[in-house]
Design a protein around this ligand. Structure first.
Ligand SMILES: NC(=O)c1ccc[n+]([C@@H]2O[C@H](COP(=O)([O-])OP(=O)(O)OC[C@H]3O[C@@H](n4cnc5c(N)ncnc54)[C@H](OP(=O)(O)O)[C@@H]3O)[C@@H](O)[C@H]2O)c1
Length: 280
């Protein structure tokens, strides 16, 4: 890898410019990185070009012209991509956002020496992802990785063994919040309340409650108790949440999806192993 003195001007190849890849590419470009992205279909390439980002099909070409290589294909697409770029990334800084697949597997599959993992969430589309980073904190490569994802939100360094839980908790959370918002709005509609006003009110209140919890650093149960007047309105709602097992279900949601992230990683690792024995 060329010696990187100034972080600006670092050339990044984003392999797999889908939802996460194109959003990261856009954030990186806005931050001053030079970015090239790849995809397979014309419509994906066109939509990335509309963001003002160079987009090509040739993964090896993109890798060769870059200092940093981001892998952002779906887990099941990884073995095929790995077979295309294996041996071309050994002098590059590689960052994978692929859920579940461990650094050791990525290093083997890609024949890469310097691999980091990043686990963002879909809020990267608006530059507000909470992203977990994992890899050797060496003050050089780790600084570049951190700077890249700070362009798209906040970053947290975590041990690799926490990433499956992070994926379940933070990667999937926007989906769970979206379900909660939708259901609450339907409840309001069921009581004759207008949809638009209900949606705005729910979103404002979720944002403010998150801010409130974070500013006051109170335990969530404390905030709940402040709202819950004896014999009042909130306790009626809380009784429904308890009787339907919602708090316990939330715990299970994270447990089950974290286990799925782990399983997904293992199945891709098996695929990679097979591929290493019988290359495409
Ligand atoms: N979505 C999330 O919320 C989220 C959150 C955290 C992490 N992740 C991880 O991020 C990764 C990407 O997820 P995503 O939601 O962005 O998926 P996506 O929208 O399906 O994007 C994947 C992209 O990879 C491209 N691709 C596939 N094989 C390729 C190849 N051989 N060469 C070049 N491009 C190739 C596809 O191109 P075409 O469109 O041309 O087929 C597609 O645009 C996944 O590994 C996932 O685990 C996702």
């Amino acid at each position: 890898m060329r010696l990187i003195a100034d972080l600006n001007g670092i050339r990044v190849a984003v392999l797999g410019a889908g939802r996460i890849g194109s959003s990261l590419a856009w954030a990186l470009r806005k931050c001053g990185f030079e970015v090239i992205a790849t995809a397979r279909r014309d419509e994906t390439l066109e939509s990335v070009r509309r963001l003002g980002i160079t987009a090509i099909r040739n993964n090896r070409g993109a890798v060769e012209s870059s200092d940093v290589v981001v892998i952002s294909v779906k887990p099941y697409q990884l073995p095929h991509l790995a077979s295309e770029v294996r041996g071309f990334v050994n002098d590059k800084l590689v960052v994978s956002v692929v859920a579940g697949v461990r650094r050791a597997t990525l290093e083997r599959a890609l024949q890469a020496n310097t691999v980091y993992r990043a686990m963002p969430n879909i809020n990267i589309r608006i530059g507000m992802s909470a992203t977990a980073l994992s890899g050797v904190i060496d003050g050089v490569n780790s600084n570049i990785v951190e700077k890249m994802f700070k362009c798209a939100g906040t970053t947290y360094w975590v041990p690799e063994e926490w990433l499956d839980v992070w994926t379940a908790l933070v990667g999937s959370l926007p989906a769970y919040v979206a379900v909660i918002v939708d259901s609450l709005v339907l409840g309001a509609i069921s009581m004759g309340f207008p949809r638009d006003l209900a949606t705005k009110a729910v979103l404002d209140t979720i944002k403010a409650t998150a801010e409130h919890l974070s500013l006051r650093t109170v335990h969530p149960a404390e905030l709940r108790d402040e709202v819950t007047t004896p014999g009042g309105v909130t306790i009626e709602g809380l009784k429904v949440l308890e009787s339907r097992g919602v708090p316990a279900s939330m715990i299970e949601v994270i447990e089950k999806s974290a286990m799925k992230a782990e399983k997904l990683g293992s199945s891709i690792e098996d695929l990679v192993e097979k591929l290493m024995k019988n290359p495409i």
